[in-house]
Design a protein around this ligand. Structure first.
Ligand code: ADP
Length: 294
């Protein structure tokens, strides 16, 4: 196994952050994924190990084709590893002998919205709670309203339909819909990719607020190094294909995070190190004739 570079510049101060949840510890151990093993045998991920504590916010970055979506699909239970294991709270989630399945304990929010257009915001947010018969309609609505109001005053639009909301607001409702089910892990797959810089900055503040009030383990996949550093406790830089961990950066910025922190020396140092690391991998991929970092 290659040596993973680990940069820990000290622990962060987390004022205003909800306590660490009891569940949501993730352990990816020497995971590998080969597509079409009997045919073209594309080794997408190789010997990849990642440890995430319950309640941590971790970003995974790397050039296109480094296996980010492959890892996400395994965590979500849509696909399996071909070597190694994945454990969630010390229970085996995936191994070549045990295919994972999707579960309410792991919720994914993708870059393309997935709200039910024919349901109101409140109906969308209560959907999962009612589908599993977890609670009565009255209790589900009360819980949904509480989460909506704690996540940036979204209770004000609870009677609206998705089409009546901005795309940013739709995305926030989607994240609340995931959080209300109190998953062990929230998987965010480039949720803000299609947004302009100003909308993205606003969304970051909303996501940070949601994270600090309804803390869950978050695995955030992104191409955007700046957003990875700004949001996360730990940034994992992947190598080009076959994807494995190249560098782990601990982000020492205190919470609550504020946009001014992006001008701090700590932030700049991390950004420089992450950029160099990702660009080195993107260059390798480019030289091999693959798509370069988007
Ligand atoms: P990323 O999300 O980082 O862009 P992916 O996980 O989508 O990377 O893909 C990793 C590698 O695996 C890429 O080279 C991709 O072409 C390949 N790959 C992804 N899915 C399949 C598949 N179903 N069959 C064959 N190769 C695949």
């Amino acid at each position: 196994m290659e040596q993973v570079m680990k940069r820990d510049r000290g622990s962060n101060n987390s004022e205003g952050l909800a306590p660490r949840p009891e569940f949501g510890k993730l352990s990816i151990r020497n995971a590998g994924k080969t597509y079409d093993p009997q045919g073209s045998a594309v080794v997408a991920v190789h010997d990849c190990s990642i440890e995430i504590e319950a309640g941590d916010f971790v970003a995974i970055v790397g050039p296109s084709g480094c296996g980010k979506s492959t890892l996400m699909n395994v965590l979500a239970g849509f696909d399996n590893v071909t070597s190694g294991e994945v454990y969630l709270d010390d229970s085996l989630l995936a191994s070549p002998r045990q295919a994972p399945s999707p579960g309410a304990d792991r919720v994914v929010v993708f870059q393309n919205g997935a709200l039910f257009p024919w349901k109101t915001v409140l109906e969308n947010v209560t959907y999962g709670l009612l589908k599993t018969n977890a609670m009565s309609r009255a209790s589900a609505e009360e819980k949904a309203k509480d989460f909506l109001s704690r996540c940036g005053g979204l209770d004000k639009v609870m009677r609206s339909y998705p089409a009546q909301l901005s795309s940013g607001m739709q995305r926030r409702v989607e994240i609340v819909r995931a959080l209300v089910n109190e998953p062990r892990i929230l998987l965010l797959d480039e949720p803000f990719r299609a947004m302009d810089t100003i909308s993205k900055t606003t969304m970051h503040q909303h996501l940070l607020k949601m994270y600090s009030t309804c803390r869950r383990t978050i695995v955030f996949i992104t191409h955007d190094l700046e957003e990875a550093i700004y949001l996360s406790d730990k940034v994992i830089v992947m190598t080009t294909r076959p994807g494995t961990v190249k560098l782990e950066l601990t982000v020492p910025l205190p919470r609550p995070r504020t946009p001014e922190m992006t001008a701090s020396v700590e932030y700049m140092d991390l950004k420089k190190e992450a950029i160099e690391s990702v660009h080195e991998e993107a260059k390798k991929a480019f030289e091999r004739g693959e798509r370069e970092l988007a």
